[in-house]
Design a protein around this ligand. Structure first.
Ligand code: COA
Length: 282
């Protein structure tokens, strides 16, 4: 992938993901929204950052109409992460996806762990299974938390630059790799909350819990409660695997609505816990 491919690559991913969202949505779901200019821009900024940090993990396939396939992956120490993966609308199921995924996977050949967040697309799930991934269905909470259920939470504060070192160590123990340069992508528009005793951290943006990571379940619960307290009234907690029952407990106590949504795919590791991952940066 080159910088000049970014706009076309975003378009390929955008339309492919829209199609999957429309094809796999539940009855009664709102119409999947077109990606806003801001979201498109965020995708481009993020992928531009990957081109700087991990150029060997970023691939496109080109056809007569330009970019027809995209796969972007990053390596964070022992861990390979697939951040984006799509084949152009109308060109799927013809082997392009295998081509770009193989290229992105070869970049992580030295990693003994791999993580990715999958859509419900059966073609994607087939590709990941064939690549040796274990697929774990995920839950998602949504709705308006019952403010009267929010407990008083102690021992948390806003995070700062000097917290990065222990946060990196915590991510190493949970995932096999620190987030490194990805903190710069997680931080914009989000609040970093940390535990005073250095047992966990979370990124929360208005209406959306991005990451919760902890070495103790009690800390993970406190962090998630704090995310709900500081978020807007309509909130989503995506990417909860069954290894994270503590998050289900919190969401239920907050009277949020639970549903299944997408998959976590892991290779060489179990689903991280206590951990709620970011969809692209895991
Ligand atoms: C997932 C995706 C990138 C794969 O790319 P692709 O070009 O379609 O992939 P390939 O053709 O290499 O492989 C698809 C596989 O699924 C199979 N397949 C096609 N339709 C299928 C279906 N309805 N159900 C199950 N498998 C199906 C194909 O036969 C092929 O398997 P095979 O190589 O063993 O024959 C592409 O389908 C896509 O853009 N999907 C929408 C976006 C998305 O969900 N991306 C994943 C983000 S995590």
């Amino acid at each position: 992938m080159r910088h000049e491919d970014l706009v076309a690559a975003e378009e390929v991913c955008d339309t492919a993901l829209d199609d999957v969202a429309a094809a796999t949505s539940f009855r009664g779901d709102p119409e999947p929204a077109q990606r806003s200019a801001e979201r498109k821009n965020r995708w481009i900024q993020r992928t531009r950052a990957f081109l700087e940090s991990d150029p060997g993990g970023c691939w496109v396939a080109e056809g007569d109409v330009g970019v027809v396939g995209v796969a972007t992956a990053v390596v964070r120490e022992r861990l390979w992460i697939l951040a984006a993966y799509a084949t152009r609308r109308g060109a799927q199921g013809r082997g392009i996806g295998k081509l770009v995924l193989d290229a992105a996977e070869s970049y992580g050949a030295d990693c003994d762990r791999a993580l990715l967040a999958s859509t419900n697309d059966p073609r994607a799930l087939r590709r990941y299974h064939l690549s040796g991934f274990d697929l774990h269905p995920q839950f998602e909470f949504g709705g308006c938390p019952d403010r009267s259920a929010l407990p008083a939470v102690r021992g948390l504060r806003d995070g700062a630059a000097e917290d990065r070192e222990w946060i990196d160590d915590l991510d190493r123990s949970l995932r096999g790799g620190a987030h490194g340069p990805d903190h710069a992508l997680l931080a914009p528009g989000a609040r970093l909350v940390v535990a005073d005793d250095r047992t966990g951290y979370a990124y929360v943006s208005p209406g959306y819990v991005k990451v919760v990571a902890a070495s103790r379940v009690a800390t993970a619960k406190s962090l998630l409660w704090e995310c709900l307290a500081s978020s807007s009234d309509d909130v989503r907690i995506p990417n909860i695997t069954s290894s994270n029952r503590w998050a289900i407990d919190v969401g239920m106590q907050a009277r949020l609505s639970l549903r299944t949504q997408n998959y976590l795919a892991v290779r060489g590791m179990a689903p991280p816990a206590p951990y709620i991952h970011d969809t692209a940066l895991l």
